[in-house]
Ligand binder design. Structure first.
Ligand code: IFM
Length: 449
């Protein structure tokens, strides 16, 4: 058996995507409330106002997690529930919700993994400039402290940010996500730099206030390249390069968002490609960003094949016509879960947790009252087997979180894309475990494929 005996089998979700109850118990407005209400921003004009109503149904949801056999559940905390105006007075009722959730998880024998920022920035802070504001790292540190003081007697595992590539790039350059901006690249990178400093200050706040030794990580997008021919060492080297390279003026790379956090420097190719748009930064900034972490977390859904080209330089290889893809149009590339963890562990030398992996599928309720999702089973089988191979080859993989425990609000895609192991009928809020739920239950029981 390749996975360690104490391997953590998990599943994940995030606050705005499942909670609903946006006007309850003193919660303030988030950028996603504002953005999703603007015409034309989301599929069918969907918002997270009700979502999966998890705020009221968390006990039923934790019962499903327990029956699944989960060891760990990764959730996020909504900043505007804790500090409705983003800063200032703490809203105890908001904290109480997460306190109840954590108690419920622990009673079910499930280890809570808490993410502090999964994109729901308080609107009041966005109105002052959000991540563009130089004070934003201090706002985030104060919010972190409030949460950690309340929950750290029971929560050991923490992540400040989820996927800065998305909330910075898709939110500030592409206008595809909240806050819906299309800024010059220079301003996007400045917001990104503040978000990275905020990450470091949040780590400091966790360490300063934790009531038990904290295990702190990170959950960026893993932009993975894998070798076209894994037996060709030149292709392997090309893929390793491709996994970290900053090749274009966009956010889709690993190096810019990971190297500062784990190595304390922005990568040279990024400094070159982003050029004059790179914000002015100091040694003190970089030291803060690189506050030591306990583990390397990464969200991996897909990869690109890379090979050494005729000219001797790495090139992205094309996918064959009609290649398998999910309903998000993301290619199905299980290799990403072998090579990604391997390349990341080699470069950053920390234990690896896959903090998200999964697929959107066209799932519906069948006439037999069940939800059959053979594609998801096939997908997960391939990806988890690849991760298992990485573990067998010596990569220190400690845990895996399936995205997502249940269907939920897929941001600009609204409710069109279903990622869950549990089907949610949004009209009745009925939960129906899919075939993949029972398959994953068995994987957990056997500690692997
Ligand atoms: O739903 C998202 C999640 O919020 C962040 N990672 C990717 C998932 C699927 O798109």
């Amino acid at each position: 058996m390749a996975f360690r005996k104490d391997f953590l089998w998990g599943a994940a979700a995030s606050s705005y995507q499942i909670e609903g109850a946006v006007n309850e118990d003193g919660r303030g407005v988030s950028v996603w409330d504002t953005f999703s209400k603007k015409k034309g921003t989301t599929y069918e004009g969907a918002t997270g106002e009700v979502a999966c109503d998890h705020y009221h149904r968390y006990q039923e949801d934790v019962a499903l997690m327990k029956a699944l056999g989960l060891h760990a559940y990764r959730f996020s905390i909504a900043w505007p529930r804790i500090l409705p105006d983003g800063a200032g007075a703490v809203n105890e009722r908001g904290l109480d919700f997460y306190s109840r959730l954590v108690d419920e998880l622990l009673a079910a024998g499930i280890q809570p993994f808490a993410t502090l920022f999964h994109w729901d920035m308080p609107q009041a802070l966005e109105d002052q400039g959000g991540w563009r504001h130089p004070e934003s790292p201090n706002w985030f540190a104060a919010y972190t402290a409030a949460v950690v003081k309340k929950l750290s007697d029971r929560v050991k595992f923490w992540m400040p940010h989820n996927e800065p590539q998305c909330f910075i790039g898709m939110g500030h350059a592409d206008a595809a996500h909240a806050p819906g901006l299309k800024l010059p690249w220079k301003d996007v990178l400045l917001a990104g730099h503040h978000a990275l400093i905020a990450h470091g200050k949040s780590v400091q706040a966790i360490r300063a206030h934790a009531k038990q030794p904290a295990q702190v990580g990170y959950a960026p997008v893993g932009v993975v390249a894998y070798p076209s021919d894994p037996k060709n060492p030149h292709d392997v080297a090309a893929a390793q390069w491709g996994t970290f390279a900053v090749r274009e003026k966009n956010q889709w790379n690993s190096g810019w968002w990971m190297d500062p956090v784990f190595l304390g420097t922005y990568p040279d190719d990024g400094l070159h490609v982003y050029g004059a748009d790179v914000p002015k930064f100091t040694d003190a900034d970089m030291k803060t960003i690189a506050e030591p972490l306990d583990w390397f977390g990464v969200n991996i859904y897909q990869g690109r094949p890379v090979r050494i080209g005729a000219a001797g330089t790495p090139e992205i290889a094309p996918f064959p016509p009609g290649y398998p893809h999910t309903t998000m149009r993301w290619p199905v590339t299980p290799e990403a879960l072998y090579w990604g963890p391997r390349f990341y562990a080699e470069r950053y030398k920390l234990p690896v947790y896959v903090t998200e992996n999964g697929m959107a599928n066209c799932d519906w309720l069948s006439a037999d009252g069940k939800v059959h999702d053979p594609q998801r089973i096939q997908f997960l089988n391939g990806y988890i087997a690849a991760l298992q191979r990485a573990a067998a080859d010596g990569v220190d993989v400690r845990g895996y979180f399936q995205w997502s425990i249940m269907d939920n609000y897929e941001w600009a895609e609204g409710y069109r894309e279903r990622f869950g192991l549990v089907f949610v009928d949004y009209e009745t809020q009925r939960r129906i475990p899919k075939d993949s739920y029972y398959w994953y239950q068995n994987v957990i029981k056997r500690n692997g494929i």
